[in-house]
Each structure stands twice: as C-alpha cells, then as structure tokens.
Design a protein around this ligand. Structure first.
Ligand SMILES: [Zn+2]
Length: 508
C-alpha cells in the first residue's frame, strides 16, 4: 500500500488487517518524523503482519521493494488540494511521477500483482445543475489550474496505457472523514465550491471497507469480471448533496448555516469539480460497501469532537468575522483574486471580472438546486431522473461487439478519427487514432469509450483549451457549454506555475 498514513489509507489498512487470509501488508511510508511514530505503532499492534519500506512513491527502488512478492498493490498516495495548489511540485512528484514509478514496478514483477489505482472525481471537472449526474465514459474536462486533477488524469492514462495484467481504477468522490472541518478552515479552497456543485459524499470509512471487500471477494474468486475496468466510487443517493447543503451540514456542527456564514459571491460560480455518480451502484452491487449517509456521518463527527459544541456557544457574528472574513483574504480565495485583479483565475471561476462583480450578495437572488429552484430536489437526486451525456456509440452493445464503423463514428464525435483498418473485438488492444489537431496516438477502445480519455496532448492540460475544442468536439461541447458561453474563446495556461489567460490563436 502507498498512502496508508492518509485518511483513506488508515481505514484501508485497518479493514484489510481484519481479514485472516491477509498474511502481511507492506507499506510505503515517506521518511518523516510523523511516519516513524506511525510505523512503530503499527508494528506494536500488528507485529510481523506489517512491513515498512521507507521512501517516496517517486523513488523507483522503493517502489520495487514495496511490490516484490505482493498479490495486490493498492495505490492511495496522493497530494490533494489545498496542498496540491500551494505546492504544485509536490503534486507533480507524487501524483504524476509517483504513479508512473509504481506502475512500472508492478509491470516489472513476475508474476504481476493485481493493481488497484485510486483516482478522483476531479478528472471529470466542473458540473452544475444542468448535468449533475455523470458516469464512467463521460468527458474528462479537468478544471482550469487544478494541479491535482491534472496530475491524476495523467496518472490514470499511464495506468490505462501500461497494459498491466490486472488493474482497476477507482475514481473516488469527495470523502468525508473526522478531520474534514479542521482540515478545511485554513485555506481559501472552500470557496472554490460552487453553490450548485453536485457532490456525492462517501466516508473514508466506507472507502476503506470497499477495498477490504474487493480483496476478500477477489481472493475467494467471487468477482471474475471485476478487473480491467474503471469505476466511480460514491455514496449513492444518501450521499448526494450540493455545495450549498454541504456547507449547511458542516456549519450546523458549530450552530450555523450556509446563509449565516457565507455570501453567494464569495463562492466561485464554476470551475470546481464534483458529480453525482449515475453508476456508483455497479460497485455497490459487487461489494455492498455504502453504509454511511452524509447527514448521519456529520452528526457522528460532531459527537466525536466536543470542540465543535464550543462553536455553538460563540456568537455567529464572531465566527463570521474571525473565520470567514479572514479566509476571504487567503491567497487561494476567489474574492482575493477579484480584489487583486487576477484576470486568469477570476475568468476561470466566474466567466469574467464583470460577471464576478455582478454576482448577487444575497442568497434570495441565487437559484439553488438544494432549495428546489430547478425542480424537486429529492427527485433530481435520484439516478432514475438523470440526464446522461452521449458517449458517441450504441451503449446497448458491449465494446466487444462494436464494428469498426462505430469506432470511426465515436472518434468523429470527439472531433478526430480512428485510423485502424479493422477491429477484432478486443477492447484492450491499442488502436491508432488521430485527434482534430493531427496528433497521432495509440490507445485502447476501452480507454476512449469507457475511460473518457482522448488525445494525450491536447486533452491533457495544461493548457486548458476546451473553449476551442468544444467547437469541433460534440463530446466536449455537450457539457462544456453548461458553464461556458459559446462566445468564450480563451486558453487557460500556466507560465512558470502562474495562471495566465490568452485568446485562442494568440501565442503563449
Ligand atoms: Zn491532440
């Protein structure tokens, strides 16, 4: 396992070690003091069942030592936002190069261990009330300047193209854990969440339980069709909320509410990430892991952390003043970008500086999914009522039964071509493709049609070029214009790590 010291990792480790058939678990822990303590504690508790390799996940020798002789490799290590925003080089090292090093190490083993790759809902990019539901195969439109998602997208593609014998990619949704509040009230990141961002929460506890169930059922030979697929990991209907009511649940712990503590214009209007998963039931059917509901989980956190009760004794005005007004000034807060005239980030988050200035300061003018302004909220959260995106082929057919003409049409739907002369029905065999811009690449039918991946050059930010791509890719256009105008023609880019913006066609 990598990432065993994280919120999800902790749960995965605990759950895995309850299985008597697990002889040992080998962990990769980075060389830092906190991990010395953790290693000692784990050794004491689990004895010889725990082995520890020290090193970074980007360290190839450490990866080789980690996976040697293992039956399964679970890759959970990640540098997540806000750290990924603040220290992009750490994100690049862990999320990108780390995944590459680990996947290469798995590939070099004989026999190969089965590889479980933890990815993220963030690869889908921003959604709103127009298409709150998504699923595997939807376009991957990483939000502008989202370093974490950009590196995770690269890692996913590397895994898909590595042709491992047994792999699985789990796109994890937003994860609830006991330190949720504490970890997120020191950074402007919380204001990136838009009021109508669909968020489907799953608890870290259930995510850990899921991995245990995978190991358990796979070891027993009960899930022969599980491998070589991408899955969305969500909490199901009882985990579905939006940005607005998620804030409400969190603030309720300290006696507040969204409207008490937050003004609508403090929050971004687009360019976050989050989805309700139309297909989370696929994993649920195999492993029945969705036990926690979002509301009950928050109550449990409140009970476990008595400190939150203190918050209820503090007048809301003080919390507002000392906490949220202070957070608004944080360099990662959209309001700070507006004040400082950061045109690139303001445009990404609001559409334009003018749009940011025009946003109402009053909740009563802001149409909200959670308040029923777009229809019955409860009904809208039911996957039966989902409005799905097209993937450009007849999904009633399994990938094995598609004809070459159907692959060509699916490529055209993405603005490009499938250059193969024939298709033998193996969705994992690499075929040649060409994107609209003429980049040639080889990848599998599965990667394109079920992964939602496309050209590794122009669909792999940065630069974020989707205003232009949407003009010739109906696949992208069907969701891009939910939050972007057809008249927008901007390229979002990074220059020496700094967000920039330019017109399509202008030189970088
Ligand atoms: Zn391309």
């Amino acid at each position: 396992m990598t990432g065993a010291s994280g919120q999800m990792g902790r749960e995965v480790l605990r759950e895995t070690l309850t299985l008597p058939e697990v002889e040992w678990v080998r962990l990769l822990l980075t060389p830092r003091k906190r991990n010395d303590k953790l290693a000692k504690k784990l050794k004491k508790k689990y004895g010889g069942r725990i082995e520890v390799v020290r090193g970074k996940v980007s360290d190839r020798a450490a990866c080789a030592a980690l996976v040697e002789g293992a039956d399964y490799v679970v890759h959970m290590a990640g540098v997540i936002p806000p750290a990924a925003d603040e220290f992009p080089e750490r994100s690049e090292e862990c999320n990108r190069r780390g995944a590459v090093a680990l996947i290469d190490a798995v590939k070099a083993c004989s026999p190969q261990p089965k590889y479980i790759h933890i990815s993220t809902v963030a690869v889908y990019g921003g959604r709103n009330e127009k298409h709150p539901f998504g699923r595997v195969g939807d376009p991957l439109l990483v939000a502008a300047y989202d370093r974490y998602a950009m590196d995770k997208l690269f890692a996913e593609r590397y895994c898909l193209d590595a042709e491992l014998e047994n792999w699985v990619i789990l796109r994890e949704t937003a994860m609830l854990h006991p330190d949720m509040m504490a970890n997120n009230i020191s950074d402007g990141l919380i204001f990136h969440i838009t009021p109508n961002s669909p968020l489907e929460w799953v608890s870290a506890r259930d995510s850990g339980y899921l991995i245990r169930r995978i190991l358990e059922r796979d070891h027993a030979g009960e899930v022969p069709t599980f491998w070589k697929k991408i899955y969305d990991v969500g909490g199901g209907k009882k985990g579905r909320e939006t940005g607005y009511d998620t804030f409400d649940d969190g603030f309720a712990m300290i006696g507040g509410s969204t409207e008490k503590f937050i003004r609508p214009h403090w929050l971004a209007a687009r360019n976050f990430h989050g989805l309700w998963f139309y297909d989370a039931d696929e994993l649920e059917a195999l492993f029945s892991y969705q036990r926690d509901g979002v509301k009950a989980y928050w109550q449990e956190i409140a009970k476990g952390h008595k400190i939150y009760a203190l918050g209820r004794l503090v007048p809301a005005k003080l919390i507002d003043f000392f906490l949220f007004r202070r957070l608004l000034r944080h360099p990662n807060s959209p309001r700070r970008w507006v004040e400082e005239g950061d045109r690139a980030r303001v445009t990404a988050a609001y559409g334009s500086p003018e749009a940011a200035a025009a946003l109402s300061h009053d909740w009563k003018d802001y149409p909200l999914l959670a308040k029923g302004d777009f229809g019955d909220y409860d009904a809208l959260r039911d996957e039966k009522n989902a409005v799905l995106l097209s993937h450009g082929y007849d999904e009633s057919k399994p990938l094995e039964r598609l004809e070459i003409g159907e692959l060509r049409a699916a490529a055209a739907f993405r603005g490009g071509e499938c250059l193969a002369e024939a298709y033998d029905g193996d969705p994992y065999k690499k075929l040649p493709w060409r994107c609209h811009d003429g980049h040639l690449f080889e990848t599998s039918v599965y990667t394109v049609l079920k992964g939602g991946h496309w050209c590794p050059v122009c669909h792999q930010p940065a630069p974020w070029d989707f205003d232009r791509i949407a003009k010739f890719s109906p696949f992208v256009a069907q969701v891009w214009y939910d939050s972007h105008g057809k008249d927008e023609d901007l390229v979002y880019d990074l220059e020496e790590g700094r967000p920039t913006i330019r017109k399509v066609g202008e030189k970088a």
